[in-house]
Design a protein around this ligand. Structure first.
Ligand code: HEM
Length: 201
């Protein structure tokens, strides 16, 4: 069966911090759907005292999780629902921020993009040198499905990946079905998603 990339597990990559672009994307999502006052209230609820997130400054992951938890409380949605929505938003947000051509170069179809996904963040690391990117690999690749392996030293972003994959499908006009089939939370070595799409994707 075909595959792409390879997965090494283990290894701590340092203090969990992410570039501010991530929190800026949450801000953009909240402002866009709920308005400026909602964003200010959300930051207050999350105890986040940052006037303006900077793209190229690193913020503790824990701050991102506080924003997600506060959004969950405020909007009456589960944290994983917020993360799925955020993953979907991330695809359109990064495209609007100038990263669209990078995504297009990585693949115009779902299978093409998945083949590039294991090395995708290498390009991004040239722009953000301190990047601590996730690792991806595909196994069991068929014309309309694959298993995506997601390895990270971070916790709590599984639903974000689901949203990212759905967002990619939307961007490419090929809806994808994403099912978590092995979960680190349930004791697996890493998360594994079953991803499938219609023929012609
Ligand atoms: C051009 C579009 C993209 C850009 C600019 C981008 C950039 C980033 C940045 C800056 C981070 C924060 C990590 C850090 O600061 O150390 C990140 C994290 C992440 N990215 Fe991307 N990304 C893009 C597309 C994608 C896509 C398409 C996927 C998967 C389908 C993806 C999966 C992830 C995940 C899961 C994380 C969380 C980190 C982790 O799990 O350890 N990204 N990305």
């Amino acid at each position: 069966m075909a595959s792409c990339g390879s997965i090494r597990t283990g290894g701590i990559l340092g203090t969990p911090r992410m570039y501010g672009m991530v929190n800026k994307a949450i801000e953009d999502m909240v402002r866009h759907h709920h308005g400026d006052a909602a964003w200010e209230e959300l930051k207050a609820r999350a105890g986040v005292d940052v006037e303006m997130f900077l793209n190229d400054e690193a913020y503790p992951d824990e701050m991102t999780h506080r924003l997600v938890a506060a959004a969950s409380g405020m909007l009456g949605a589960r944290p994983d629902e917020i993360l799925v929505a955020f993953g979907r938003h991330w695809i359109s947000y990064t495209a609007a921020e100038g990263y669209g051509p990078l995504m297009t170069a990585a693949g115009r179809t779902i299978p093409e993009f998945f083949a590039s996904l294991p090395s995708f963040h290498n390009r991004i690391a040239m722009i953000f040198p301190g990047l601590q990117p996730p690792r991806f690999a595909c196994t069991d690749v068929t014309a309309t499905s694959l298993r995506l392996h997601y390895v990270t030293h971070r916790h709590g972003l599984t639903a974000f990946v689901t949203g990212l994959l759905e967002g990619l499908g939307e961007r490419m006009g090929t809806p994808v079905r994403v099912v978590l089939v092995e979960s680190r939370d349930a004791g697996a070595d890493h998360d594994v998603f079953d991803v499938s799409w219609s023929p012609g994707g």
